[in-house]
Design a protein around this ligand. Structure first.
Ligand code: MG
Length: 389
């Protein structure tokens, strides 16, 4: 039995992960769960999976969870980041899945690495913000970081057993989001409700907006750089609306190795939980004849500038991806609230990058300092922009 802890268990990935646990009751058990403030869902998960340790973001949420009548053998960790750290370093956990979005789990990821846990990583902002710090810590401790993001999971599978010298480039596929093929002019009036209708993937709100702006792919380029130690100029993005090919690796002889599968996150999650073994999965099979045509095209970085901004940040000093990520989170939150136009998201990020005095970041304290600056700056900018573009 492999013992699993999940940080972000009530979100989209967390729920899929627990479905994987349900499908393999003889192989997987849950020892720790951490969630934001969805008390009802966490209470139901605790009742079903019996983790020994749970955590929630706020004292208020902890109080309400207690109100649901936790069993005497379930420990409630302190609220906030300390609780995430406690769940991530649960002594029995072998694999810790980081399934939240945002940057709250950064300390918890480092704590899990410090304890020698295998990291299953869906939380891409962690590597965007602190990729150098996290991957170096994992290398020193001899800990594996198994990507759960579908593209990186695909590349992990394609690279299996290959030497770095055999690899020419990584090719990340992008669905193109709900506005694929739209011009910049047409994007002017897009609302959060429009952007939340993703054609192929069911995901959380933040990542769905990131998919619509192509920032999700930009963050994934940075994530791929850190996970696979490949420079920006050897990571490409190709738009593939069907999301059947989850990503590819081009080898030096011109051969492409691709991973194909259904668009269901249970597949990459199970890969991370079973690795290095493979288990049969209770998922509908990929029907290629039904999928029919697979299309590929170049991304439009004029209408969708966020992808180019991510490359710019990756090619620059270490603080730039921190700024990119923080400004993006702030702008997206404001767009979701209906207080910022769609096209303003990219402009806020670009203006924040322009204003930032770039430097290298080598400690968590520096990352947090740059992050706080970028959040303040972009929030202030967004207040001035409001719904105008
Ligand atoms: Mg992805």
């Amino acid at each position: 039995m492999k013992a699993i802890a999940i940080v972000g268990s009530t979100g989209s990935i967390g729920q899929s992960a627990l479905a994987v646990v349900d499908a393999h009751p003889d192989r997987l058990r849950v020892v720790g769960l951490a969630a934001g403030d969805n008390v009802e869902r966490l209470a139901a998960q605790v009742a079903r999976h019996h983790p020994g340790l749970v955590a929630m973001r706020t004292a208020d949420a902890c109080g309400r969870l207690r109100g649901h009548g936790l069993a005497a053998d379930v420990t409630l960790a302190p609220p906030g980041r300390d609780g995430l750290v406690a769940v991530a370093s649960h002594p029995d956990a072998e694999v810790v899945l980081f399934a939240s979005s945002g940057t709250d789990s950064l300390e918890a990821v480092l704590a899990a690495i410090g304890c020698g846990k295998t990291i299953a990583l869906a939380n891409k902002e962690i590597l965007v913000m602190a990729g150098g710090i996290v991957t170096e810590a994992a290398r020193r401790r001899g800990v594996a970081i198994l990507p759960v993001d579908s593209e990186h999971n695909a590349i992990h599978q394609c690279l299996h057993g290959r030497r770095p010298t055999e690899v020419k480039r990584l090719v990340l596929t992008a669905s193109g989001g709900p506005f694929r093929g739209w011009t910049s002019d047409r994007l002017a009036a897009v609302t959060a409700a429009d952007a939340l209708r993703h054609p192929t993937w069911q995901m959380g709100r933040k990542i769905t907006i990131d998919s619509a702006t192509l920032m999700n792919k930009g963050l994934e380029v940075i994530e791929a750089h850190w996970l696979f130690d490949v420079p920006a100029d050897r990571i490409d993005v190709v738009v593939h609306p069907q999301s059947v090919v989850h990503s590819m690796v081009e080898l030096v002889d011109g051969s492409f190795i691709a991973q194909l599968g259904v668009t269901d996150m249970r597949l990459p999650i199970q890969y991370a939980f079973s690795y290095p073994d493979r288990w049969a999965a209770a998922l509908p099979p990929l029907d290629l004849a039904r999928a029919g045509t697979l299309e590929f095209s170049a991304p439009d970085t004029t209408a969708f500038p966020c992808l180019a901004l991510a490359y710019r940040a990756l090619r620059g000093a270490g603080s730039l991806p921190v700024v990119l990520n923080a400004a993006n989170e702030e702008a997206v939150a404001r767009f979701l609230d209906g207080r910022l136009a769609f096209r303003a998201i990219g402009r806020i990020i670009e203006a924040t990058l322009d204003a930032h005095d770039a430097s290298d970041v080598t400690s968590l304290a520096e990352v947090r300092r740059v992050d706080a600056w970028a959040r303040d700056y972009s929030r202030e900018l967004a207040r001035g922009v409001e719904l105008k573009v």
